[in-house]
Unconditional design. Structure first.
Length: 115
C-alpha cells in the first residue's frame, strides 16, 4: 500500500516553481477553482494552493487549504503522470463541503478512464 502522507516533498513551496507552473502550465476553470497543471521531471506529483484574502478570514482560507490538501493526499496515486498542480480558490467558496471539493477537483484532475 502506498504511503498517503502529505510531506514536504509533494508541496510546491518556492516562488520560482509557482512562476514556472503559471507560465508553462495549462489552465482549467471550474465554478470555485482555477487549476493550473504543468508536467514535471521530478517523478512525483506536487501541489501548490493559493487562497487570497478576498476569499475570507484566515480561518476560512485555512479550511479551504485543508480540504484541497486532503483531496490531493487521497487521490495522488490516481493522477496520470508526474505533474505540478496549482489550485487557486475563487471567491464565495467558504460554504463548500469536502464532498463538493472532491467532485469539482476530480472532474478536472483525474482522467475519466481511471474513474
Amino acid at each position: 500500500m502506498e504511503k498517503q502522507s502529505f510531506g514536504k516533498h509533494v508541496r510546491i513551496s518556492k516562488r520560482r516553481d509557482y512562476l514556472t507552473v503559471y507560465q508553462q502550465g495549462v489552465r482549467s476553470h471550474s465554478e470555485h477553482f482555477t487549476i493550473v497543471v504543468c508536467k514535471n521531471e521530478m517523478g512525483i506529483s506536487r501541489l501548490g494552493i493559493t487562497v487570497s484574502k478576498k476569499v475570507g478570514s484566515a480561518v476560512q482560507r485555512n479550511r479551504i487549504r485543508r480540504l484541497v490538501r486532503e483531496f490531493f493526499r487521497l487521490n495522488r496515486s490516481r493522477l496520470s503522470t508526474p505533474q505540478d498542480i496549482v489550485i487557486i480558490a475563487k471567491r464565495n467558496i467558504t460554504t463548500l463541503a469536502y464532498q463538493d471539493v472532491c467532485t469539482e477537483l476530480e472532474s478536472h484532475l483525474i482522467k475519466k478512464s481511471d474513474v
